[in-house]
Ligand binder design. Structure first.
Ligand code: BTN
Length: 303
């Protein structure tokens, strides 16, 4: 190997050590040389870039408080449209409604910076696009998986949450300076490793026996997201996002409770409108819900 590549054995040893530190399974063969058994599930910036269609930077960090916080600092500094920051663990991961987001090793905790030229009032499709991008990527990597989107932007597998999205906006009344799209995917760990009663409401790709390569999956998520956003900004229409969303919507035609929008509303979920508004049929007729969360009772558990 040393002769073929033209570097010393010691130098090769150093590279092998670095690869092992990144999580690659490199074995030293008894007769000399090395073998790499699988590239199955290493989360690394070089690997992600090798799978990516875009040249925008990717940074993979060991641990941060929250990638959404650090990505904002990066966006203020130099990060371009499409740049993505990932952490292997987060000590203060943030969820929607100021909830804590448990971010253990094995997940994919990412924040992508977007710089679309749109008005702040028009950014609703971004968060729907993120849910679509994750759903598409899970299916691209596992044709047998059937992810569905729980309005507005949770991704479910077998009725349990596998991905949450927190989109943050920085700008003023007139213009978007940038958006940080935080996407957390429960991937290569078991939901049993998390604290609290999550067994009935959340899951992981591993628990659902969905084999994944985390670097490939997140590269596809970002490519999908950027493609959806490009079409949206070019055509000024979100119909391509809404169309896919409608076909992958959880709880359609089922009875749901909408919470967090001032008052709770119970009704049959009819679908979403072209601007992302949820439409439900109550005893009093149709109602349109702009914000809130869907919940329902299943097997005596609120989900
Ligand atoms: C939700 O409540 O469903 C949204 C969860 C979003 C979690 C992701 S993980 C990466 C990014 N950094 C954070 O602190 N939060 C988001």
């Amino acid at each position: 190997m040393s002769r073929v590549i033209g570097i010393s054995r010691v130098a090769i040893g150093k590279h092998i050590k670095a690869l092992r530190a990144q999580g690659f399974d490199v074995y030293a063969k008894p007769g000399g040389g090395y073998t790499l058994d699988t590239v199955s599930d290493v989360l690394g910036d070089g690997l992600i870039m090798s799978y990516s269609k875009t040249d925008a930077d990717v940074i993979v960090l060991e641990t941060v408080k929250s990638t959404n916080i650090d990505a904002k600092a990066w966006a203020e500094d130099a990060a371009v449209h499409g740049a993505m920051m990932i952490a292997k663990t987060q000590s203060a991961g943030r969820g929607r409604k100021a909830r804590h987001w448990q971010s253990v090793d094995g997940g994919i905790w990412s924040s992508t910076i977007l710089r679309p030229t749109v008005a702040p009032n028009d950014i609703q499709p971004v968060t729907l696009a993120a849910a679509v991008a994750v759903t598409q990527a899970i299916k691209q990597n596992n044709p047998d998986a059937h992810p569905l989107i729980k309005w507005p932007n949770d991704v479910l597998i077998n009725g349990k949450k596998v991905c949450g999205i927190l989109t943050e906006f920085v700008g003023d009344m007139d213009a978007v300076r940038y958006l940080v799209v935080g996407i957390g995917i429960n991937a290569a760990f078991s939901i049993k490793d998390l604290e609290g009663e999550l067994l009935y409401t959340a899951t992981t790709l591993q628990d659902e026996n969905i084999d994944i390569n985390r670097s490939k999956l997140i590269a596809d998520v970002r490519d999908n997201l950027l493609a959806l956003i490009d079409i949206w900004t070019e055509t000024k229409s979100a119909s391509h996002i809404i169309q896919y969303y409608k076909q992958h919507m959880a709880y359609k035609d089922e009875e749901v409770i909408i919470t967090g929008a001032g008052h709770d509303t119970t009704g049959i979920l009819v679908g979403i409108l072209d601007d992302g508004t949820l439409k439900i049929q109550t005893d009093d007729g149709f109602e349109e819900v702009i914000s809130g969360e869907i919940s329902m009772r299943r097997n005596n558990h609120e989900i």
